[in-house]
Ligand binder design. Structure first.
Ligand code: C2E
Ligand code: CA
Ligand code: CA
Ligand code: CA
Length: 275
């Protein structure tokens, strides 16, 4: 390594240094991106397994960066969570999703992902109430998706928030079910309306007996507990047929549609000419 003043450091830790630098650049870009309005939401239809009727859409964030292009959430959500920026980003998501859904037919809901970090913030309920009021969206049309990680800490606080949201009429979905460390008893203790079965199980239902029996067990358990089930990441006719046979009530995946910008969703699925 050349001696450029930081020569020793660069000699011993070149990889670390580069990683730290690109992280800092990403962090700065994220902050300015939020201020500059570079985030957008795409929406993916959720359809009933019987009849294929659309019941609603999941809002999925994208970052349209002038140089980086369209950035997927897995490339920036973890850092945004680490530096706390997920809180203002998440608030923007809630407001934007409610405003957009308020233009849709009144039987269609919108589902919003809430990070565990954001869920822990005091004032989440107020942010949601504010977004509902500003948009005029009926609370019954808003669904929030939380992952098992939310349930792992501060059980009483989590329960209180979930009950508060439900009392407003908002629905709660357990996202990515089966991928975390929560126990089955959580499903009984926490007031979920819906379980979303992770794509890692759904993708295997055609060729792997283990995945099929997990999907079968989760769907049966959800039914017993009075919850609906959405199979995530349905890509093939075979997967659709299997999860339907197992009694999953809804599905979501590339087979039906990829996530699309709101204008595209409205043109394809919600306009008078839509099939
Ligand atoms: P998720 O909540 O599990 O969302 C489903 C992901 O699966 C989305 O990826 C979606 O585009 C993708 N997907 C849907 N159908 C298929 C399929 O048939 N095949 C395959 N291979 N993938 C499919 P996406 O949009 O890249 O989002 C990734 C994750 O980022 C989300 O996983 C969620 O955890 C997080 N995320 C997205 N938007 C937000 C947000 O607004 N707030 C927060 N906190 N997290 C978000
Ligand atoms: Ca989700
Ligand atoms: Ca999911
Ligand atoms: Ca997932």
């Amino acid at each position: 390594a050349k001696s450029d003043g930081r020569g020793m450091y660069r000699f011993f830790e070149p990889a670390m240094d580069e990683e730290a630098q690109s992280r800092r650049a990403l962090e700065q870009d994220l902050r300015s991106g939020l201020a500059a309005g570079e985030f957008e939401l795409h929406y993916q239809p959720i359809v009933k397994t019987d009849g294929r009727e659309i019941t609603g859409f999941e809002a999925l964030i994208r970052w349209r960066h002038p140089r980086r292009g369209l950035v997927a959430p897995n490339s920036f959500i973890p850092l945004a969570e680490e530096i706390g920026l997920i809180v203002p980003i998440g608030e923007w998501v809630i407001r934007q999703a409610c405003a957009t859904a308020s233009r849709w037919p009144s039987h269609m809901h919108v589902a919003v992902n809430i990070s565990a970090v954001q869920f822990r913030q005091a004032g989440l309920t107020e942010v949601i109430v504010g977004a509902l009021a500003a948009s005029g969206l009926d609370p019954q049309r808003l669904e929030i998706e939380i992952t098992e990680s939310v349930l792992l800490q501060d059980r009483n606080g989590t329960l209180a928030t979930l009950h508060q949201l439900r009392a407003l009429g908002i629905r709660i979905a357990m996202d990515d079910f089966g991928t975390g460390y929560s126990s089955l008893t959580y499903l009984q203790c926490f007031p979920f309306d819906k379980i979303k079965i992770d794509r890692s199980f759904v993708s295997g239902v055609g060729n792997d007996a283990g995945s099929l029996s997990i999907v079968r067990a989760v769907a049966a358990m959800a039914r017993g507990l009075g919850m609906t089930t959405t199979a995530e990441g349905v890509e093939t006719d075979e997967q659709r047929d299997r999860i339907t046979a197992e009694g999953c009530t809804e599905m979501q995946g590339y087979l039906f549609s990829r996530p699309l910008p709101a204008a595209e969703i409205e043109r394809r699925f919600l306009s008078a000419e839509a099939p």
